[in-house]
Design a protein around this ligand. Sequence first.
Ligand SMILES: O=C(O)CCC(=O)C(=O)O
Length: 346
Amino acid sequence: MASPSHGHFPSRPIEDSAECAGASSRDGIPVIDLDILLNGDAQEQSRAIRDLGRACEDWGFFMVINHGVPEALQEAVMEACKELYSLPREEKADYIAAGPKDPIRIGTGLFYSDVDDAVCRRDYLKMIAHPEFHCPAKPANLREITMEYSIRTRELLLELAQAISKSLELDGGRVSDALNLESCFQILVGNNYPPYAGSDRVMGISAHSDHGLLTLLFQNGVDGLEVNHNGQWLLAKPLPGSLFIITGDQLEIVSNGRYKAVVHRALVRGEQTRMSFVSMIGPCLDAIVEPVQELARSAPQGMEFRGIKYRDYMEHQQSSRINKKAALDIVRVQHNILTCEGTPNN
Ligand SMILES: O=C(O)CCC(=O)C(=O)O
């Protein structure tokens, strides 16, 4: 397989990208043209950075086009996952027995979610890809394919983190330095949702936000990802060749609440199996994540979150019931707690 390229060439130039770039899809979902963001002239770049900031502030969700991740690589990832899911159980036994702290885990999530009043069901593969790369031994090509995918998507997400830092009127490297993204945590997750046409009360994953900084997601052509925007659920339909980006809890913390982690969920419907593949980056596991001081200083209420080691936050989120963004509450600063006298206690 070709070695990862550090240049950015459109994986498939999107014909009407001029129309989409820095704009939005038919549903209003923001669209960011990575090629313009990185290689445009100064004016184009600053417009793209502004659009990116707006996408993070208003949505916490957007599509990237001209991102440089080859479609053939995405297809290879899906094919290898399909092979893995269909291996006999005994070939996956070690990973099925693994716990949440193990670097590779294969399983079936099956639980009732009172948040969505639904039974959630999905098969998944979770593998930590950075700072150390872990991968099941079979199928034989899984390692090479997912390693290349992890490198390319990590590079893309780190570039987005730089641009997001600029959109907050900070130096490009400020967010990356604050979170020690050079040693970032990265996890790859393959999701497999067998079809279920029987009831609205069955879904894939219930409403949650991601514990990391930025998540990149693509699917196998079957829709099902819903994002919560202004209190409404919206089915996300990707533009051809685009990838979804989901902002996570660490972006909300580091930006002092200016950018919000988006609540999302996955539906299962109809007669087709839906598959999605996630590449998520988070801070270095030992980084203490807190709002960037410059942002907290200029905010009316000061710090919106207290600092927490990312490893501890992740463990807290993973050991809690999936419930939208409830995990963030352990670090949220309460500004308006009433005292006995009924005055705000700041
Ligand atoms: O499958 C999807 O579209 C959503 C997956 C997801 O939210 C997750 O893996 O955390």
